[in-house]
Design a protein around this ligand. Structure first.
Ligand code: C5P
Length: 356
């Protein structure tokens, strides 16, 4: 395998080092199936710049992968055709589905003709700001290449390029952990990896349309923010300063001790980072602002909308505090889940689903 192959991720080492991790094939039906976890992301700060000539917006954000996930199972067999199955009726099963689009692109690029079935076991919210559809697409890309049994694999560069063609939020899922996103969000760089942090996710009933949220931002920004590029530079400095603060010396130790997590979270709060989407989404959906308040009252050190929402998250100093807060919020009728962020290593290590 070449060094720059996409499948040369930490995930790949795990995928092939024991017989049980190899793609499952059935001799009788001549099909091969691979299942992978499709993890969600949150945004630790999100800054929107000016609208560009191509209709997108320049932005700066820190993406962070988290442990909540869907499962994607890709089966390849002889013949041709592409089918999508999903347990959630809100998910489109046609060529508008990001999984469909990326699988088509991968097969084109590899010059392979096979029959592909993609099963999406959905747990993550649709239009939730957790990047679920983007993550599903990248999981499809990974599972499909594994199911093709590495006779051919795309380079890491090609994977990132194809992912960016399908959507701005896809490439981050080819990196995992803590990631700096620039450009329209598709240009991604692995950042100093944050230790695993406890958090609570609150999933409201409402879904928020990302294109609409960007359009609302434009309408508001024309009135109030003429110097978008200066502002992006300023926040880039603040984000970089925060990341470098705890990144050096980087021992790679996990944040088991409350004090390291505490320092990290207070550093995050001091940075004053925020998610610009809150300024346009909260006025339209005041209940989301209330949920942010509820997370703060439940003891969260830092609470925010994720992406354009509607999901909100709160970071906590310990798993016990997160669990207690989630239970408290559920009693208020909210769909609250205690979970944790995933480091890059955890992201790839947990990617494969064995025995499915
Ligand atoms: O890239 P993606 O398909 O996720 O983008 C969906 C829509 O969100 C775009 O068509 C555009 O309207 C908006 N968008 C934007 N600026 C970005 C990312 C997305 O305006 N940086």
């Amino acid at each position: 395998m070449k060094n720059d192959e996409c499948a040369e991720s930490p995930n790949q080492e795990i995928a092939y080092n024991s017989p049980s991790m190899r793609p499952r094939s059935s001799r009788s039906s001549q099909t091969t199936a691979v299942a992978v976890r499709s993890f969600a992301k949150i945004n630790l700060g999100l800054y929107i710049g000016a609208a560009r000539a191509d209709g997108f917006h320049d932005l700066r954000t820190i993406y962070q992968t988290i442990a909540l996930h869907d499962i994607i199972r890709v089966t390849v067999g002889r013949g041709s055709g592409l089918q999508i199955l999903c347990n959630d009726p809100r998910v489109p099963l046609d060529s508008s589905n990001t999984c469909y689009r990326i699988a088509t692109r991968v097969l084109e690029e590899l010059g392979v003709k096979v029959n592909v079935t993609i099963e999406i076991e959905k747990q993550l919210p649709v239009q939730g700001g957790l990047g679920a559809a983007s993550s599903n697409a990248v999981a499809t890309m990974i599972a499909l290449q594994l199911a093709l049994k590495k006779k051919k694999a795309l380079s890491a560069t090609a994977c990132l390029r194809i992912a960016a063609e399908v959507g701005s939020d896809l490439p981050l899922f080819l990196i995992g952990g803590t990631i700096l996103g620039v450009g329209r969000g598709e240009e991604v760089y692995p950042a100093v990896d944050l230790p695993s942090l406890p958090l609570v996710i609150v999933i409201p009933e409402t879904g928020v349309s990302t294109p609409r949220a960007f359009a609302d931002w434009d309408a508001q920004a024309q009135l109030t923010r003429p110097r978008a590029s200066d502002r992006l530079f300023e926040v880039g400095c603040a984000l970089s300063a925060w990341l470098s603060d705890f990144g050096y010396p980087n021992t790679g130790a996990s944040a088991r001790g409350g004090s390291r997590t505490g320092n990290l979270l207070s550093g995050l709060v001091r940075t004053g980072i925020e998610n610009d989407f809150e300024r346009v989404v909260f006025p339209q959906y005041p209940e989301l602002r209330d949920i942010k308040g509820a997370l703060e009252r439940a003891g969260s050190s830092y609470a925010s909308l994720s992406g354009s929402g509607s999901t909100l998250y709160g970071l906590f100093r310990s798993p016990a505090e997160a669990a207690k807060a989630a239970s408290h919020l559920r009693k208020q009728g909210l769909k609250a889940i205690a979970t944790s962020t995933l480091t890059r290593r955890q992201y790839w290590k947990r990617s494969r689903v064995v025995g499915r």
